[in-house]
Design a protein around this ligand. Structure first.
Ligand code: MBD
Ligand code: FE
Length: 281
């Protein structure tokens, strides 16, 4: 990325993330029973009221909030806001029963049906895609250690500029996105590049909040995965790299020690081994 006019805007990736969410996930939004809506809406509003009373929130502050909330919607940044600051607790509650692998949040940039690369292969990438080559071998098993042939591992990651294909302009549609299938022994091998640290868009309302509060906008470098097998709970996770400056202060609070890789240098690249144990559904 050289010229400023090539830089994607927060509004562009926000609009894409909002469309993606509407297409894939907004279907069951009306199914929550009235008693549950009543309970949850009241509790959230009571928490807001309590803060207003305790902190003596002024009309200026109330109007600043109102203006900001309007902007978040207009920029399409609700998926970004919610996945960065709320999803990690939903994920914690949803998976607290798990015996198998720990997962973490999905975030706003998953796209289903990425190209099938078989049991072992290279993730689609441009000819000169920047980044250290990374070969990841792994195995998908049931929680009791039984291999799960045919399990799928979907991988998606940002490029070296921190951009995700389909959510930023000018990147091939399936760049750094792929689906792998476990072999008869549950094994797979993925050849990709090591991802770069990632900064959430700073030019939209989420960026404004971060600047106004004096926070930082960084996530540690991460590989996103979804691991699926018939009869098992689908695992959504992210894998991280030791030594990243933001492993301990991820803006999205999505790092867990169990998700840390252990890469070894190998020729001009790195190798890593990481397996998955899936809970039975
Ligand atoms: C990301 O790449 C991401 O993984 C999350 C959770 C939020 C914003 C951008
Ligand atoms: Fe991400």
């Amino acid at each position: 990325m050289t010229a400023a006019h090539h830089l994607p805007t927060a509004a562009g990736s926000g609009a894409s993330a909002t469309e993606r969410f509407k297409t894939d996930k907004s279907g069951n939004a009306g199914d929550t029973p009235a008693e549950r809506v009543d309970l949850l809406a009241r509790e959230v509003l009571e928490a807001v009221h309590a803060t207003i009373r305790r902190q003596k929130v002024t009309y200026d502050e109330y109007n600043a909030l109102k203006a900001w909330l309007i902007e978040v919607g207009e920029a399409g940044e609700w998926p970004l806001f919610l996945d960065v600051w709320v999803e990690h607790v939903v994920e914690e509650v949803a998976t607290e029963h798990r015996q198998g692998n720990k997962g973490t949040i999905e975030g706003p940039y998953y796209a289903p049906d990425a190209p099938d690369q078989g049991h072992r292969g290279v993730v689609p990438m441009r000819e000169n895609e920047p980044g250290t080559p990374l070969t990841w071998t792994g195995r998908v098993m049931s929680v009791d250690g039984e291999a799960l042939p045919g399990a799928t591992v979907e991988l998606w990651q940002a490029d070296a500029d921190g951009l995700y294909s389909q959510f930023a302009p000018g990147i091939p549609e399936w760049n750094l996105r792929a689906t792998f299938t476990a072999d008869a022994d549950g094994r797979f091998e993925i050849r990709t590049i090591r991802p770069a640290p990632y900064q959430i868009p700073t030019d939209g309302p989420c960026g404004k909040l971060i600047a106004a509060a004096g926070w930082h906008a960084w996530r540690p470098a991460h590989l996103h995965v979804k691991v699926s097998a018939p009869g098992h709970e689908r695992l959504t996770a992210q894998l991280y790299f030791p030594g990243d400056q933001h492993n301990d202060d991820d803006i999205a609070s999505a790092v867990k020690p169990e998700l840390m890789l252990d890469p070894r240098s190998h020729g001009d690249g790195e190798t890593v081994s990481y397996d998955f144990l899936l809970d039975r559904a």
